[in-house]
Design a protein around this ligand. Structure first.
Ligand SMILES: *Cc1c(COP(=O)(O)O)cnc(C)c1O
Length: 472
């Protein structure tokens, strides 16, 4: 399996090569030359596997340049600290079940992919005898998932920029309590976009990037997308465990995915195209609903950072969805010229118009969408708590809100639980008047000494810091 660019300007590359790159050299995103396919017989063979074993099988279809036994060792290590079933499913009634993706160290679904990425990056760097200095910007979940996955690893270090005073105390503690020598927390005087701009300036300086061995683990990283495909297969297998064997072949389920950068749902789109019987992929947006607008109308109009609302499901507060290009590529019959044409249209007029293709979104790809608001979120947290005693986080609540309007008779609706409520305790208190309990481990983390370097919004200062601390 080799990988090409959505914009046509990259020599086909193996999986391990695309892992170390951010954007393709032509500005596009890496996609498989051809998606692997999985037949009903293979699905049945996978039924008896544990989650790490299944992950090795699914990832083995993407990472054909890595021996299967090495992959199996890495997936076992990646999910060793998760509960036994790694991804538990639980029903909340009305035909809806939650797929628990937040059982990892930072209580959000980013751990599912990042824990594998930490393993495979260390492995590939060892093979290539290289080092990598990851530079990233975070408004919360991504940074902590990356740091927890890469802490203590040889050959890789992390420089994570976060906006000073803009994260919750929980998010700060999750990152800043780490004291590993290869983790560098940098609190920038500014907002998230200032952090992001600093990262872009450095990675745009190709000489500096090469000299300092800079890399990224952001949401366009293909290793993350591939690792997320696994849990769609897992969820289907667990649902169909309860179905009579003769009815399993082709048994359809739907998924609802709380979405921001279009990474998580893109993995579901891959799973469906690989042959997993997925009826619908329901995209749930919050008030920052550029993607809902696109899937309802075919018109994609990203917003400026200034027009991005700060909401109570903050991990979905995005103004442009960096993974959407991979969907557009498939939609436009894998034509790089048409992909480039869409972006040119966007550059010249602020939006692109694919309304002629819009009917295919549902008929061909099964994708539908909806928008949830702060009031919906609170009401859903309340109603789920009342009927089941379960407390769900605000992002998952956006998912459940939208899922309810797309439930169909006899089609199980699976909502991806993208975070644990403890991460967003203030909103839970607002919704149901309950102060959440924290486990002794979380309590200890919240009280631990914090390690962070404060820095002005200053490119030169950041360069100097990296030059001083980077691995080489
Ligand atoms: C990152 C994140 C999302 C959005 O996922 P995308 O892959 O960016 O669409 C949703 N919920 C939570 C809790 C997240 O951390």
């Amino acid at each position: 399996m080799r990988y090409i660019s959505t914009r046509g300007g990259m020599q086909p590359q193996p999986f391990s090569e695309t892992l170390l790159e951010g954007l393709a050299p032509d500005g596009g995103l890496a996609v498989p030359e051809q998606l692997p396919t999985v037949d009903a017989e293979t699905l049945e063979r996978w039924r008896a596997l544990t989650y790490p074993q299944l992950a090795a099988e699914v990832l083995g279809l993407f990472a054909t340049d890595i021996p299967r036994e090495d992959l199996a060792r890495m997936t076992a290590a990646a999910y060793a600290d998760f509960p036994d079933d790694v991804v538990p499913l639980r029903s909340i009634g009305d035909g809806i079940a939650l797929v628990g993706l937040s059982e990892g160290p930072t209580l959000a679904f980013k751990d599912m992919a990042m824990q594998f990425l930490g393993q495979v990056l260390a492995y590939v760097l060892e093979k290539k005898d290289r080092v990598l200095n990851i530079v990233g910007a975070t408004s919360g979940d991504t940074g902590s998932a990356a740091e927890h996955a890469l802490r203590g690893k040889e050959r890789v270090s992390v420089f994570m920029l976060s906006p000073q005073g803009r994260m919750s105390s929980f998010q700060r503690a999750q990152m800043y309590s780490l004291d590993d020598a290869n983790v560098h927390n940098i609190a920038v005087e500014g907002v998230f976009d200032d952090c992001q701009n600093l990262v872009k300036k450095l990675s745009g300086d190709l000489d500096f990037k090469r000299e300092q061995h800079l890399g990224a683990v952001n949401s366009i990283n293909l290793g993350r997308i591939a690792a997320q495909v696994v849990y769609y297969f897992w969820a289907w297998l667990r649902v169909t465990d309860a179905v009579e064997p003769e009815f399993r072949d082709g048994f359809e389920v739907s998924f609802t995915v709380p979405s921001g950068n279009f990474g998580n749902i893109l993995s579901g789109f891959f799973a469906k195209n690989m042959g997993l019987p997925i009826r619908r992929l329901v995209l749930a947006a919050n008030e920052n609903n550029v993607l809902d607008e696109f899937f309802r109308t075919g018109i994609y109009r990203p917003r400026s950072a200034a027009d991005t609302h700060a909401t109570s499901s903050p991990s979905m507060d995005i103004s442009k969805a960096s993974n959407l290009e991979r969907f557009i590529f498939e939609l436009l019959e894998r034509s790089p010229e048409r992909v480039v044409g869409a972006w040119a249209e966007l550059d010249s007029q602020g939006f692109f118009d694919l309304s002629a293709e819009q009917p295919r979104f549902e008929s061909e790809f099964g994708i539908v969408s909806g928008t949830s608001t702060h009031a919906d979120r609170l009401e859903t947290i309340r109603s789920v708590h009342e009927s089941t005693g379960e407390i769900i986080d605000p992002h998952t609540a956006d998912g459940v809100t939208i899922a309810r309007s797309f439930v169909e008779a006899d089609v199980p609706m699976l909502v991806l639980e993208t975070a644990k409520p403890q991460k967003f305790a203030e909103t839970i208190t607002e919704a149901i008047g309950v102060d959440l309990d924290f486990s002794p481990e979380l309590q200890q983390m919240l009280e631990a000494p914090q390690h962070v370097t404060e820095m002005a919004d200053d490119e030169q200062a950041l360069r100097a810091f990296i030059e001083q601390h980077a691995l080489r």
